[in-house]
Write a protein that binds this ligand. Structure first.
Ligand SMILES: C[S@@+](CC[C@H](N)C(=O)[O-])C[C@H]1O[C@@H](n2cnc3c(N)ncnc32)[C@H](O)[C@@H]1O
Length: 269
């Protein structure tokens, strides 16, 4: 399990993560959605608009190319925006976006778990499609909660246990190949990181994913880092028999289940 890696293996793990989220993956990050014919996967932004307020400070952990930072900045006034990402190519693209739209974002190219935020605290912290790629989910959430201001809000959007179940089966345990977690597993993680007293809402977002061809499906998995996660982020391909199993299941399925879980945690005063 990738949780609780020791310092050295965590460093090696992060090196692999950096490799995965660079090159073609970073370049194609903003256009990968075109591979999917149908599939609504994102309730995070609507929730942010509902819970956010003018002048708030926002931290986007694993901000990639800054797409969410831009959406928030363009719809909520005078926000102070910070994005952190371990991939320098993602941060470079986010900086380009900030320059193009004349935005003064603080963009940090660092591992979230290692970065020292000093006295900085945030009104809203978001982890969108990131928790399942982190070396230690519990430590990540613990640190994120500590970085919230009083009354701050943490939002985590992460694949649920039934995500893509037609091809990968439902997630059974912590060793799930895609890092999917059901509501109970996520609640347990939150309890373990001391969030028992906070108000926590869980919203399960189910949707249908339609992708025309198996090749496009594989291409999509590669673009979001899920293909690489299955081979522990090593620079290698799936073996032929695993690929064939997945192809067979993909071709049998009429559509694929999309399931993401949105956690909203309101920090206690
Ligand atoms: C699947 S992408 C999601 C990007 C973005 N949040 C979105 O919704 O489009 C995961 C991102 O998390 C970043 N990431 C992974 N581990 C990280 C870490 N330890 N610290 C900071 N960023 C990390 C990756 O570089 C990548 O850009």
């Amino acid at each position: 399990m990738i949780n609780q890696l020791n310092q050295e293996s965590r460093r090696a793990y992060n090196e692999k993560i950096k490799q995965v989220f660079s090159g073609g993956v970073a370049e194609g990050w903003d256009t990968k959605g075109r591979l999917i014919k149908a599939g609504k996967d994102n309730i995070v932004y609507d929730k942010i608009k509902k819970c956010g307020h003018d002048g708030m400070s926002v931290l986007d952990i694993g901000c990639a190319t800054g797409g969410l930072l831009l959406k928030i900045d363009q719809s909520i006034h005078n926000c102070r925006m910070t994005g952190i990402d371990i991939s320098c190519e993602m941060i470079r693209q986010a900086q380009r976006k900030a320059d193009f739209y004349a935005k003064e974002w603080k963009l940090i190219n660092h591992d979230f778990l290692e970065y020292d935020f000093g006295d900085d605290r945030f009104d809203m912290i978001v982890l969108k499609f990131v928790l399942h790629h982190m070396a230690d989910a519990e430590e990540t959430l613990k640190k994120a909660i500590e970085l919230l201001n009083e009354d701050g809000i943490l939002m985590v959007y992460t694949p649920g246990g039934r995500h893509l179940q037609e091809v990968f089966g439902a997630a059974g345990d912590d060793l799930d190949i895609l890092g999917r977690k059901d509501k109970k597993q996520l609640s347990d993680i939150l309890l373990n990181c001391g969030a028992g007293q906070e108000t926590v809402e869980f919203e399960i977002c189910n949707f249908q994913i339609e992708i025309d061809t198996f090749d496009k499906f594989i291409e999509f998995l590669k673009r979001i880092g899920s293909y690489q996660k299955i081979v522990q982020y090593r620079n290698m391909s799936w073996n032929a028999s695993f690929t064939n199993q997945i192809r067979e299941k993909f071709e049998k399925a009429q559509y694929l289940t999309g399931e993401y879980i949105l956690i909203t945690l309101y920090k206690k005063r």
